[in-house]
Ligand binder design. Structure first.
Ligand code: G6P
Length: 614
């Protein structure tokens, strides 16, 4: 949520900052801005409402020189997205400029106090309050920028990743974080700063992730220094990035989302690589096996997540209850954190998050920790906050996901959950050896089956044309396919802005059936599984009311074709792995409908990829 970039070194900063902002635009795209210090030591802020391309147009005729700068792309929290509220923000004297991700919760109190001291404000943001506070502290204490930031942050309640530069001080960036990620890239005589590693990877693979309440002193021609708010120096933990630049490009696809949909056969191979033994007879998930006692004696598993990751969690509930016979609860992290949940030391809490930074999920992890539970993370972004806050876990290893609507991360999460359930099930003896081996074999076949469904793209593109102008959609599924129906509906609304609801098929008759008429498209997932016959009855209820049914069925099923308006055939897969395959045509359908409507599928309105505010 919001993107931060910074540069100090020997090259012109502006092109690096702009390129970095483009890479981070998936995090927020309401407005963008840059602050630079030129050779005359002047501090210039250029910012505008809109996307990074709008900023580039705006800056064309302006001075963008200088080898130090900070830049921001925003997802509005305080104050509407407009030029005034865009970052960077100047301090009162225009000596300082700041960029900020997160929320300053006590900004109103601070603002009132600063107003009494004669400070005036140009924007509605909490961020401007922070830069004014830093200036106030600096003026009153006659201290340097670093000290002023350290002192000011001690007055602040909230979450932040910030970077500050100062007129007349072209050799220094001060950055700090609390509950919002920040990473410093170390190049040769140059440093890069960003809210995640994507803008850094093309310049250097050496990075340092800041921890909470750490301040980075990033000074030209000096080694990087990290201190805490009391100015105690912290050791530098330099990490090597494994990401490659090609993973951040579209690779010939028109959109990241389409690229990521097509990547899935490969990302599932990457996800299971090294976790199934070469003979294909055993799953070795070290995050579980290293903590066997915890999993052997767990009384309950609680899954916490948001958005698409929550849908993966619902599939995890089925998998774990089926294969491990441990009771599972799946909670929206945002609800869990505020409802005084009962968590016991023999509970295992699984936090699922693509970004590893979602504020609500991170807060839920902290609650679980305080209650003494064992915490397991299932994340994608290596080194992000949630994996660092958990006791153990498994990365999904699907590579950077740039499209705001999650696709390959969802199937990666479900794959890890399947391996997790198999591992725990074997440990606890709750799964028959024959079923265990059969599911491992099936899991290895998933990438091939995904390739087969990707071959349905023409059929789905044609189908999308029929439904582009529908105003509402209903998605139905039962059992393992109920969360897939929820996820299919979410994909459609996220990128096409068509209202869509996912529902357990049998619940239809308790309300939503009132919506059915000959204009209502119903996507019914009716693959051959233990609830197939029941789902068929539900389809008949819809047809009896003239609903328009698109049915997803198992290859070779001709019965449903007789009653549905359109049929999409999916290869046969064991029911508990079916979500991995059946979710792909739903991703593609949403994609094509959104394209027909000329939507920005990679950056849909009002959304952000990584939600680091609650
Ligand atoms: C945002 C994204 C969703 C994502 C959700 C949870 O809303 O737009 O695609 O599912 O956050 O994110 P996480 O990174 O925790 O999986």
């Amino acid at each position: 949520m919001c993107g931060i970039v910074g540069y100090i070194g020997k090259r012109p900063a502006y092109p690096i900052l702009i390129k970095g902002l483009h890479r981070l635009e998936y995090r927020g795209y309401d407005s963008a801005g840059v602050a630079l210090i030129n050779d005359q030591n002047e501090l210039t802020v250029l910012k505008t409402k809109g996307k990074v391309a709008d900023l580039e147009r705006y800056a064309e005729s302006k001075d963008t020189s200088g080898t130090i700068g900070i830049a921001h792309t925003r997802w509005a929290t305080h104050g509407e997205p407009n030029d005034r509220n865009a970052h960077p923000h100047y301090s009162q004297s225009k000596n300082l400029a700041i960029i900020h991700n997160g929320i300053i919760e006590n900004y109103a109190v601070l603002k009132t106090a600063l107003q009494k001291e004669g400070f005036t404000f140009q924007s509605d943001t909490d961020t401007e309050v922070l830069v004014q506070l830093i200036e106030y502290v600096q003026q009153n204490n006659h201290c340097d920028l670093c000290q002023a930031v350290q002192l000011a942050l001690q007055e602040v309640i909230g979450a932040y990743a910030i970077a500050v530069i100062e007129r007349g001080n072209p050799d220094l960036i001060i950055a700090a974080r609390k509950s919002s990620p920040l990473v410093v890239g170390i190049g040769e005589d140059e440093f890069f700063l960003a809210s995640d590693a994507t803008p850094i990877v093309e310049y250097t693979h050496e990075v340092v992730y800041l921890e909470d309440e750490e301040v980075a002193i990033i000074e030209r021609n000096k080694p990087l220094k990290i201190v805490n708010f009391k100015n105690v120096e912290k050791p530098l933990h330099i990490k090597t990035l494994e990401m490659s630049i090609s993973q951040l490009e579209k690779g010939g696809y028109p959109h990241f989302m389409l690229k990521e949909i097509y990547e899935q056969p490969r990302t599932i191979i990457d996800c299971i690589r090294g976790r199934i033994n070469p003979e294909g007879t055993d799953v070795i998930l070290s995050g579980v096996l290293d903590h066997q006692e915890k999993f052997l004696h767990a009384n309950r598993i609680i899954i916490v997540a948001c958005g698409t990751s929550w849908h993966a969690g619902l599939i995890g509930e089925h998998l774990i209850e089926d294969l491990c016979r441990i009771p599972v609860e799946v909670e929206y992290a945002s609800e869990f954190r505020y409802r005084h949940p009962i968590v016991r030391p023999d509970d295992i809490v699984i936090a699922i998050s693509q970004s590893g930074e979602t504020a609500d999920t991170l807060a839920a992890v902290e609650i679980a920790r305080k209650a003494g539970a064992f915490i397991y993370g299932i994340c994608n972004v290596i080194g992000s906050s949630i994996p660092r806050a958990t006791d153990s876990g498994s990365y999904i290893h699907v590579g950077p996901e740039i499209g705001v609507a999650s696709t390959k991360a969802f199937t990666g999460q479900v794959t890890v959950l399947a391996m997790l359930a198999l591992t725990i099930g074997k440990l606890r003896g709750s799964i028959e050896p024959e079923r265990y081996h059969q599911l491992i074999r099936q899991l290895q076949l998933i990438p091939q089956k995904m390739k087969t469904v990707l071959g349905l793209s023409d059929q789905l593109a044609d189908l999308s044309k029929i439904f582009t102008y529908a105003h509402n959609f209903i998605y139905l599924g039962r059992g393992y396919n109920y969360p897939v129906a929820l996820e299919g509906a979410l994909k459609l609304k996220e990128i096409s802005y068509i209202h869509a609801e996912g529902y357990p098929a049998a619940e239809m008759k308790h309300g939503p059936i009132a919506l059915i008429d000959n204009e209502m498209p119903v996507i019914a997932i009716a693959t051959t599984d233990s609830v197939y016959e029941k789902t068929i009855s539900n389809i008949q209820e819809i047809k009896a009311r003239h609903g328009r049914v698109v049915a997803l069925v198992t290859e070779g099923n001709h019965d449903v074709a007789a009653m549905a308006d359109h049929v999409i055939e999916i290869p046969q897969v064991d029911e508990c792995l079916m979500p991995l395959v059946v979710s792909i045509p739903l991703q593609m359908l949403a994609y094509y409908i959104a394209i027909n409507k000329n939507r920005n599928v990679d950056q849909p309105r009002n959304l952000a990829k990584s939600v680091t505010v609650e």
